[in-house]
Design a protein around this ligand. Structure first.
Ligand code: SAH
Ligand code: SF4
Ligand code: F3S
Length: 488
């Protein structure tokens, strides 16, 4: 029983790692503005969107606050990826009910994926909500707030084929001043059968590479030393200088020579400065090319780490999931990574346990895939049916919860063993670390990451946040490496 509870805690931790984390706006007080409190859930793209929202609101006279009781406007930027993510949001809305009772003229707005999924239904279901805005409607927020000021409920869930917010310089929230995210595309054109994202984020569109490079330069000038390029499927990034051809399908149809693909974009950002590290996420196994891997190899400042979600190790399940690759294709991609970038390149995954009709043998295929790849890290979930998705329409959610959780625990146990094994390979070696700040446990220690995205902890000595330092790794757990700084 104790073991079961421990394992469920781990599941919760896992969920927290990706989709239940909350980020809250910081205090930015000009003394002139109305106050905006923004709380964000879900993936990095959602956090990055909250920075765009803060920027738009700031331009319309709003300061951000970290104290919900001081807010004139409360935005909750939501996630729909699993049922639990939506339950968390509903609980927070209940909490905000108390705030609204104390200050009835507080405006409460729901943004993001849940807003897009439920649209105006949210206003009926959650009476305290005044405003609903989907991910492509953020430029309209000041106007929507004004509609609420005038006594109306306000909704905009229009999904755009063009909006990339390319011209908006995000207000960095909850920032360590060292690492930042840059959205390079929006939406998703894949139709993985379990996934709600194509419905909540709309069609895939790529952002102008020049605006991406400009944002990277701006961050470098402000002292940032690492950027992560974000998209649901970065490897299908495509942009054409011909402004009329914005859709990916149109770009492909036009067969233009001067199309910027993801490998080109990586190179453009890598050239901004050798002092700026580049990461990216997420790579889709069907789209990641050897050209991208060779570009990674060519530039020292492109981190040797790839998040390559497999979801399952069984080809039949992958087909039902509509991932458009099979086990062999996936393993061939991993082989290419190892061949071009070597054993030291970090590889991580997302795994879903207990997808519709998954048999015990098919679950074992996920475990053997993990044995073959030896991931450094994984985000692991049990399947949660999402209304409106292809899987919800076509396949019964027929694996009992206890079996889903048991399979998930087996996946988690395997991952923990592999993380330890992979970390042990780093012991006795020196790693270049970008210092992100104090270690969570003690201000006598600093922490940062190596190129492969592993967290490394070491005594502070004379070093500071934002510096690159060589650290000799002496020890490890499944989660972190530890050692001491050495002069290069
Ligand atoms: N674009 C990324 C994934 C974004 S969603 C990709 O294709 O890899 C993040 C992860 O949530 C997914 O990789 C998947 O593992 C998980 N996920 C998505 N929908 C889910 C569902 N209905 N139930 C359980 N996990 C899900
Ligand atoms: Fe969802 Fe698949 Fe798109 Fe990822 S690639 S966001 S899992 S539909
Ligand atoms: Fe969640 Fe939407 Fe991101 S559903 S994972 S916030 S794209």
């Amino acid at each position: 029983m104790a073991d079961l509870i421990k394992d469920i805690d781990i599941i919760e931790e896992q969920e927290a790692a990706q989709c239940e984390t909350v980020k809250v706006s910081e205090d930015d007080d000009t003394g002139r503005g109305r106050k905006l409190y923004i709380e964000s859930y879900g993936c990095q793209m959602n956090f990055s969107d909250s920075e765009i929202v803060s920027s738009i609101m700031k331009d319309h006279g709003f300061d951000t606050t970290s104290n919900v009781d001081n807010a004139d406007v409360i935005f909750i930027n939501t996630c729909s990826i699993r049922e639990k993510a939506e339950v968390t949001v509903r609980n927070r809305l209940n909490h905000f009910q108390g705030v609204k009772k104390r200050k009835p003229d507080t405006t409460i707005g729901v943004l993001g994926c849940m807003a897009e999924r439920l649209k105006s239904k949210l206003l009926e279901e959650e009476k305290i909500v005044d405003l609903v805005a989907g991910p492509d409607a953020y430029r309209d927020l000041p106007n929507l707030v004004q509609q609420v000021d005038e006594g109306h409920k306000a909704v905009n869930t229009f999904l755009s084929r063009e909006e990339t917010y390319a011209d908006i310089s995000p207000v960095r929230l909850d920032s360590n001043g060292v690492t930042a995210f840059i959205s390079i595309m929006r939406g998703c054109d894949n139709m993985c059968s379990f996934c709600v994202v194509p419905f909540t984020r709309g069609r895939e569109r790529s952002r102008d590479p020049h605006s991406i490079v400009a944002e990277a330069k701006e961050l470098l000038n402000k002292g940032f030393r690492e950027v992560t390029l974000l998209g649901q499927n970065v490897d299908s990034y495509k942009w054409s200088p011909n402004a009329a051809l914005k859709g990916k399908a149109q770009i492909e149809k036009a067969g233009e020579d001067n199309v910027v693909n993801f490998a080109h974009l990586l190179e453009m950002v890598a050239k901004v400065s050798p002092q700026l590290r580049i990461r990216f996420s997420t790579s889709h196994p069907k789209d990641i090319t050897d050209e991208v891997l060779h570009t990674m190899k060519k530039y020292n400042n492109i981190c040797k780490y790839i998040h390559l979600p497999a979801q399952s190790g069984n080809s039949r399940v992958l087909e039902l999931m509509n991932r458009t690759y099979d086990r062999e294709w996936y393993l061939e991609r991993v082989e290419s990574i190892r061949r071009i970038l070597g054993q030291e390149c970090g590889i991580s995954s997302d795994m879903i346990a207990g997808f519709c009709s998954e048999t015990e043998e098919e679950h074992l295929d996920t475990l053997t895939l993990m044995d073959e790849v030896k991931y450094d890290f994984s985000y692991m979930f049990f399947y949660s049916e999402r209304p409106g998705t292809l899987a919800a329409k076509k396949f019964p959610d027929d694996i009992p919860l206890e079996i889903k959780k048991r399979r998930l625990n087996e996946i988690i146990d395997k991952q923990r063993a592999h993380s330890l094994e992979r970390n042990q390979l780093d012991v006795g070696k020196t790693h270049e670390v970008l210092i992100e700040g104090y270690s969570k446990r003690s201000d006598d220690f600093l922490q940062g990451r190596n190129s492969a995205n592993k967290v490394i902890i070491f005594p502070k000595s004379k070093y500071k946040k934002g510096q690159f330092v060589n650290v000799y790794v002496e020890d490890c757990t499944a989660a972190t490496l530890s050692g001491y700084a050495v002069e290069s």
